[in-house]
Design a protein around this ligand. Structure first.
Ligand code: NDP
Length: 259
């Protein structure tokens, strides 16, 4: 039997990048998966997964409580419950401190921190009612370990994810629900392309891909990460093998940060 054959998994930001790789891993391992995103054709993304009969797409802005409730209601109605919830949706902008707008601050905290909380809140409500335990995995970042230049709002939002992960883990431990956070390093996605372009210009007029190449040299494994690297960790945290792990924040970055 495959590891997640009896499981329903919700993944926010699941239409592309890291989230799509997570969805692919869960369907390969037998799960029923709901991928959620805000703008994209998320139904099309679900149809591109290897098992479209066990995959659904749902439009949900994670900053909107009623849309988040609708997402988990949809997952329960389609597949009979929610066992694993991965709070992966995130945004970033990069700006010098004087140029960083209040709107950028608010939007980043809203998606990356409040959005994670709202999804955890609704998932926990349903998992407690089901009485079958559950797994919550929250996507933080290397920037939850150490702030980077020109992204104070993003770093604050991701440090916040670690705090809410620890607090919720303590509250739901006796319900058989674990709550953990992950810190990806440099992962090749659209978000990283943006980082490479904008940081690259601001930090020294690097051409396309050059900043990433320079930073990859700081990674002991000397390569950028792939979505599948992150999927290995997330699937482990969602599995029975991780039943005694909660409130933890785990790096998946080829050794870039060792704390
Ligand atoms: P992408 O930019 O490729 O994807 C971001 C996803 O988040 C998209 O699916 C997007 O949906 C979704 N999203 C954005 N805003 C909302 C919202 N309000 N409601 C619902 N969904 C939303 O990013 P990555 O795959 O690179 O990143 C995934 C996560 O990993 C993020 O939390 C990011 O901060 C984190 N991370 C990434 C790293 C990297 O190097 N790539 C490093 C460390 C952390 P849509 O397409 O519809 O807009």
């Amino acid at each position: 039997m495959k590891r997640f054959e009896d499981s329903t998994v919700v993944i926010t930001g699941g239409n592309k990048g890291i989230g799509f790789a997570l969805a692919q891993r869960f369907v390969e391992e037998g799960a029923r998966v709901v991928v959620a995103s805000v703008d994209a054709d998320v139904e099309d993304a679900a149809a591109r997964l290897d098992a479209p009969d066990r995959a659904r797409g749902f439009h949900c802005d994670v900053t909107d409580k009623s849309q988040v409730e609708a997402l988990y209601g949809f997952a329960s109605a389609e597949f009979g419950g929610v066992d694993v919830s991965v709070q992966n949706a995130g945004i970033i902008t990069i700006a010098k401190v004087e140029d960083l707008t209040e709107g950028e601050w608010d939007a980043t905290l809203a998606v990356n921190t409040k959005g994670v909380f709202l999804c955890c809140q609704e998932a926990i409500r349903r998992m407690r009612a089901q009485g079958t335990g559950g797994r919550l995995i929250n996507t933080a970042s290397g920037q939850a370990r150490s702030g980077f230049i020109y992204t104070p709002h993003y770093a604050a939002s991701k440090f916040g994810v670690v705090g809410l992960t620890q607090s919720l883990a303590k509250e739901v431990a006796l319900d058989g629900i674990t709550v953990n956070a992950i810190c990806p390093g440099i992962i090749e996605t659209d978000m990283w392309d943006y980082n490479d372009r904008v940081w690259g210009k601001m930090l020294g007029d690097y051409g396309p891909g050059e900043l990433m190449q320079a930073w990859v040299q700081n990674i002991p494994m000397k390569r950028a990460g792939r979505g599948s690297d992150v999927a290995g960790l997330v699937a482990f945290l969602a599995s029975d093998d991780a039943a005694y792990i909660t409130g933890q924040t785990i790096n998946v970055d080829g050794g870039l940060i060792m704390s």
